[in-house]
Write a protein that binds this ligand. Structure first.
Ligand code: NDP
Ligand code: 8X3
Length: 257
């Protein structure tokens, strides 16, 4: 039976590239996001290219009841999830703390923390119920960030949400160990996806500046690392992995050309 991966935020960036990566290794794929047209396009392409099954789950991870209803109402054959890539998230704005927009803060907190929690809870319940005799019973990969390791100027609440992901991953690892569920936190540095375009609300020039003079990480780079973490022997769990491009040392120091 093919393995199943469930990826949130699969309409763009890391999530989309993870969908193609896992499909290329024979996984059936559950893809989530809010943009229905993109989900359809990605599903069509993956099915055609890799001859695997794709289930589209269109929901907003901030909507608690939509998360639990969508996941619990999946067809039974899709509930045997092997890997969750808990990736949906965003930054909104890059402003001094006292000048930042509280609407931006609320959306980041609701998406990056609460949304990630809802999905992890719903999926961990399925993993615990279905696979208690298998080792591992499942693997949850939470998308953190280098911003969850060190804060930077004007990063304030985005950084805080990713510090929360770090703490949640550590707590989940303790609490889910009794079910043999692996928990991994992946913490990328600057990666050239739609992330900055979203952060700067469609301002392409400002978004492009983030990657100026850098050979930044790509979505494919991150997908490669995420997939790698799922290929290790059953008893081996990568707890926490930080990945940057060669020209980035941490949240703050870059060697731009
Ligand atoms: P993208 O903007 O390219 O992709 C973000 C994805 O998240 C989209 O598929 C989007 O789908 C989805 N998403 C956002 N909000 C919601 C929501 N409320 N409900 C469901 N899906 C949602 O960015 P990245 O791929 O770069 O980002 C993915 C993750 O990686 C995020 O958690 C981000 O914080 C993190 N990260 C990014 C880094 C970077 O430099 N790019 C570095 C470190 C971490 P849709 O709009 O269709 O709902
Ligand atoms: C995204 C990376 O450094 O722009 O999480 O916050 S950073």
């Amino acid at each position: 039976m093919p393995k199943i991966v469930f990826i949130t935020g699969a309409t763009s960036g890391f999530g989309k590239d993870c969908a193609y990566k896992f499909a290329s290794h024979g996984y059936d794929v559950i893809i989530n996001g809010r943009r229905k047209d993109r989900l359809q396009h990605i599903a069509d392409e993956i099915e055609q290219k890799y001859n695997v099954a794709v289930l589209q789950l269109e929901f907003d991870v901030r909507d608690e009841s939509a998360v639990f209803t969508s996941i619990n109402n999946m067809p039974e054959e899709w509930k045997q999830i092997d890997v969750l890539v808990n990736n949906a998230g965003l930054a909104l704005g890059r402003d001094f703390f006292d000048e930042a927009d509280t609407d931006d803060w609320n959306i980041m907190i609701d998406t990056n923390i609460k949304g990630l929690l809802y999905v992890a809870k719903a999926v961990s319940q399925l993993m615990a119920a279905n696979k208690s005799s298998n080792i591992p019973a499942g693997h949850i990969i939470n998308m953190g960030s280098i911003a969850g390791k060190e804060v930077y100027e004007k990063g304030n609440v985005y950084c805080a949400t990713k510090f929360a992901v770090d703490a949640i991953s550590r707590s989940m690892r303790i609490d889910l160990m009794r079910h043999n569920i692996k928990v991994t936190s992946i913490n990328p540095g600057a990666a050239d996806t739609e992330f900055s375009l979203v952060r700067f609300k469609g301002d392409e020039q400002t978004a492009e500046k983030v990657y100026e003079g850098l050979t930044a990480l790509t979505g494919e780079d991150v997908a490669e690392v995420v997939y790698y973490c799922t290929t290790l022997p059953p008893h081996v769990c990568v707890n926490d992995l930080t990945i940057t491009c060669l020209q980035q040392a941490n949240s703050v120091y870059f060697n731009r050309k």
